[in-house]
Write a protein that binds this ligand. Structure first.
Ligand code: NAP
Length: 282
């Protein structure tokens, strides 16, 4: 018979921290996962001041939280503050999932695997041997490059408004696959099977300045930004010849599912949650 005197109930307070964060869907997503898995948990959206991340995190940890998701603009700060890092967080140099252990803050990054699962499992896209274009070289691009390259594309081009950032990223990930970095204005009229917008432009209803002829027949245009109507980039891509378009809602739910797995050891079903969010017009 096991000795129940050693039994410790799992802490069940979680949050997403960011600035701003009130718009976050993470509380809804984690509650939907919890009810699927028969768990009871508390999950809040907590706004921290841009210069108050470290102190805010200390307060949250002292408040008995077991972990937090981290969103814009704190992913790099969370990476710096982690005592231990998963390999993927180490590579991405950004953290979106923190677990508070007794003696350590453990950082992970689930954005990349979230995108990969949305592309390969939900959208049934084949990355292997495809030509992939990633537009943007910020924190989000940094988090998705390693998993994309691991899937074995024929080539992966990174294009960014500030060209040098794209070139630096390409150099940093050169060991993981065939990748190159260019400035947006130097983007050749090559056709890609998968074009991923990892810039924040759609949030402002804008589109990066891009050449025509980017989409191979049947190509997918994917925007990391999600919205209840097609984003500016997806509207542009549709007119520019993309065969399919998808926004980042699936990635959001898939990255949350991976965080849920890290914290609770259970894998929730993501498709009903994506459908419910889509049906509720986000
Ligand atoms: P970030 O670090 O601030 O990077 C922003 C990127 O957008 C940079 O490459 C920047 O280029 C580019 N950019 C901004 N304005 C531009 C413009 N007018 N024209 C061309 N390029 C422009 O942001 P991030 O953390 O990478 O996040 C990017 C987006 O991904 C955000 O909107 C975020 O919401 C989304 N995201 C979604 C998920 C999801 O689960 N769906 C997960 C993570 C992130 P420069 O380098 O030239 O400034």
């Amino acid at each position: 018979m096991s000795d129940l005197s050693d039994f410790q109930p799992r802490a069940s307070r979680f949050a997403v921290v960011g600035h701003p964060v009130a718009h976050s869907k993470s509380p809804q997503i984690h509650q939907a996962f919890a009810s699927q898995c028969g768990l009871t948990l508390e999950y809040q959206a907590l706004a921290l001041e841009p210069d108050g991340f470290e102190q805010g995190l200390r307060n949250i940890r002292a408040g008995g939280f077991a972990g937090v998701n981290v969103t814009v603009p704190f992913k790099q700060a969370a990476w710096r503050l982690s005592d231990r890092l998963s390999e993927r967080a180490c590579t991405a140099q950004a953290v979106n999932t923190l677990s508070f252990e007794d003696e350590a803050i453990v950082g992970d990054n689930t954005d990349g695997v979230g995108l990969l699962r949305d592309l390969e499992q939900n959208l049934t896209v084949t990355l292997a041997r495809s030509r992939v274009l990633v537009i943007g070289a910020g924190g989000a691009a940094q988090g998705i490059l390693q998993p994309l390259l691991t899937a074995g594309p024929a080539e992966l081009v990174i294009a960014n408004r500030t060209g040098v950032r794209a070139q630096e990223l390409a150099m940093a990930f050169a060991g993981a696959g065939d990748t190159s970095g260019v400035a947006l204005e130097d983007l050749a009229q090559t056709a890609f099977e998968i074009v991923i917008n990892a810039t924040s432009t759609s949030l402002a209803g804008e589109v990066p300045v891009l050449p025509q002829g980017l989409f191979a027949p049947g190509a997918l245009a994917y925007d990391l930004v999600y919205a209840n109507t097609p984003t500016a980039f997806l509207r542009w891509a549709h007119d520019a010849g993309a065969g399919h378009t998808a926004d980042g809602l699936g990635m959001l739910v898939e990255q949350a599912a991976e965080s849920f797995w890290i914290w609770h050891g259970q894998r929730p079903h993501t498709r009903p949650v994506i459908a419910a969010l889509r049906g509720a017009k986000l």
